[in-house]
Ligand binder design. Structure first.
Ligand SMILES: [Zn+2]
Length: 219
């Protein structure tokens, strides 16, 4: 099957198939060096665009370098990702016609970014490339922080200190400073994740916030 990279209405460049692809086909591997997430955080700190894909427990990521890193996110995707023995594959979840753009759900997590707006245009677009779990978690933290701030005002002094500290802690988005955004494999709703990437066991990390450094990386 032929895959080509060309401009996309979803984002910058996208990956298109020149031939029909049958549901269930492993289309392309997400290739690139496997590095520690910590190393990626250092390497890409402050960079709005990265192509990291978390594998295993999320402590290691694939630093995308190849065709698959151009595949865009969609909330109503025609592909999904599979992790097999530390390799990540993009697999068709429905029949795909020649000429269609390939896309899968990035399920972003673990970044310092405040948001990761989605432009997929799907009817069911959730408005963000963050995973539903990540969005819930962020909402929870925001609510908690707001609630604590309110209650702090009505508490006695001794409590006040403690609670405002907690509130401060809660205000921080998941993760610490200097984190790079990571793509994760879509997982069944209901898994809760602890801090950073530790929760699920099959996270893919792909990062690719809006921008256009794809060319840069490729060149
Ligand atoms: Zn969307």
């Amino acid at each position: 099957m032929g895959l080509i990279i060309r401009s996309s209405t979803i984002h910058a460049a996208g990956c298109y198939t020149t031939a029909p692809i049958a549901k269930g086909t492993r289309v392309v591997e997400y290739t690139g060096p496997l590095i520690d997430k910590d190393e990626a955080d250092v390497r890409y700190e402050g960079r709005p665009i990265t192509y990291l894909f978390g594998i295993g427990d999320g402590t290691r990521v694939i630093d995308g370098h190849g065709t698959a890193m151009f595949i865009n996110h969609s909330c109503d995707a025609n592909c999904e990702t599979e992790e097999i023995d530390e390799h990540v594959w993009i697999t068709a979840i429905r029949d795909i016609a020649a000429g269609e753009e390939l896309c899968y759900d990035y399920c972003l997590y673990d970044g310092d970014e405040e948001n990761a707006p989605c432009n997929c245009g799907a009817q069911a677009c959730r408005g963000s490339m963050f995973s539903p779990e990540e969005l819930q978690q962020r909402e929870r933290l925001a609510r908690k922080a707001a609630g604590k701030r309110l209650s702090v005002k009505t508490k006695k002094k001794s409590h006040r200190k403690k609670q405002s500290k907690e509130a401060q802690a809660q205000q921080k988005p998941a993760g610490k400073f200097g984190k790079t955004l990571v793509k994760a494999k879509k997982k069944p709703a209901s898994t809760s994740r602890q801090n950073k990437t530790a929760g699920g066991k099959k996270k893919q990390v792909i990062e690719r916030p809006a921008g256009k450094s794809q060319k840069k990386i490729q060149a």
